[in-house]
Design a protein around this ligand. Sequence first.
Ligand SMILES: Cc1ncc(COP(=O)(O)O)c(C=O)c1O
Length: 399
Amino acid sequence: MLTHTDAKARRLADLPPVQGDSLIALIALCDADPRPEKIDVGVGVFRDAAGNTPILKVMKEAEQRLLNTQVTKAYLGSAGDKRFAELLRPILLGEHAADSRIAGLQTPGGCGALRLGFELIATANRQARVFLGTPSWPNHAPIISAVGLETVEYPYYERGQGAVRFEDMIAALRTGEAGDVALLHGCCHNPTGADLSEEQWREVRNAVVDRGLIPLIDIAYQGFGRGLEEDAFGVRLMLSACDEVIIAQSCDKNFSCYRDRVGSMWVKTGSVEATATAMGHVNQRSREMWSMPPDHGAACAHIILEDEELRGRWLVELDAMRDRINSVRERLAAADPRLTFIGRQFGMFSMLPLSREQVLKLRSDHAIYMAESGRFNVVGMSDGQIDRFTAAVVEALGA
Ligand SMILES: Cc1ncc(COP(=O)(O)O)c(C=O)c1O
C-alpha cells in the first residue's frame, strides 16, 4: 500500500506493483489445470455433495417475488434496506435485540462491514491498535492498515495440535490498552476452523473488560458451525459485558449469495445518544465509500426473513449446508489419526499440517488445489472426491 511518504509514486506509471491475493491466484491456477479429476479446496464457497454451489431454492423464490413486486429502484440511502437490518437484528443479537444502544445498517457484505467498523474506530481514535490472532482471514490485516490503524499480531493457532493457542491469545490481549480493539472471529474461524469454547469466550471477555478493549466481532458464517443461536454465543457474551462493541456480519455464506454482497454492521455504545452520534459517522463513511450498498441480495434476504414460510425453508437449507460441512469433517477425521482434529473444528475451513512443498506436490501429483498454508475448504470437494482427497493427504503426511 502506498503511504504519503512514498514520494516516488507521483505518477500512475510510477506505481509499484502490488502483491496479488494468493487465493485469487490459486483459483486461476486451478481453472487452468486441464485434469478432469482436479479438486479445488482453495476457494471459500460452500459446495454440496455433487460439488456445486447452487443458489438456494428459497433465494430463487425470493428473487422471483422481487421481480414480480418491485416497483421502483429509487435510492435507499447510505443505510441501505432498513427493514433488512431490523429483520436480521434478533437473529444476530438474540436477547440484546431490544437494546436501543445497539444500531445497525446494511453494508456491502461482511467485507464492507469490517471496513466500516474500522473506519469508525479510526475516526474515534487514530491511536487504537488492533489485536489480530494469526493466521486470520487474509483480508483482515489489509483492511486494518487501509484505515491507518496499527495491527498487533499474536499467534492464535497451533498447527500440529489443530488447536487454539489460548494462553498466547490471552497474554496478548492482556497487553492491550483502553481503546485498543480485539478483532475476534464470531464462529467458524477462517482459516483454521478452531473456534473458542464457551469457557474460552468467557476468559476472552474477562481480558477485554479488564483491559478496556473494544471487541470487534467478525461473524461471517453464522449457522455454519453449531447452529444460528449457538454460533452467536460470543457476540452476545460481549454485548452483555461491554459498553462498546462493533459487529461485522455477513449473509453472503448463510444465504449463499456471495457475489450479491449482503452484510450488516452493528455498533453498541454506552448510551442511545452516543450510538446515534456514532451512527452519524458510520453513515458519513458509508456515503463516502460506496454511497449505498447494493440492494438486490439484501432485498431478497428481506423477503425471506419477512415471510414465515420462506424463513422456515431458509432454515432447512441452512441446516443442510451445516450438516454437509459436519459430515465431511467426520469423514476426514475418521480417515487417519493425524486428521482427528478436523472433527473437533467448525465451519468450512481447516489447516493441514503440511509444508509448502507438500502442498505443491499435492497440486502437481494429485491435482488438489489448496492454499500454500495448508488451509483447505472441507466442503470444496464433492462426496465422490473425499476418498481420493484423504488418500492423497495421508500420503503427503508421510508414514
Ligand atoms: C472471516 C471472514 N470475514 C469476512 C468475510 C467477508 O465476507 P463477504 O464475502 O460477505 O464480504 C469473509 C469471507 O470470506 C470471512 O471469511
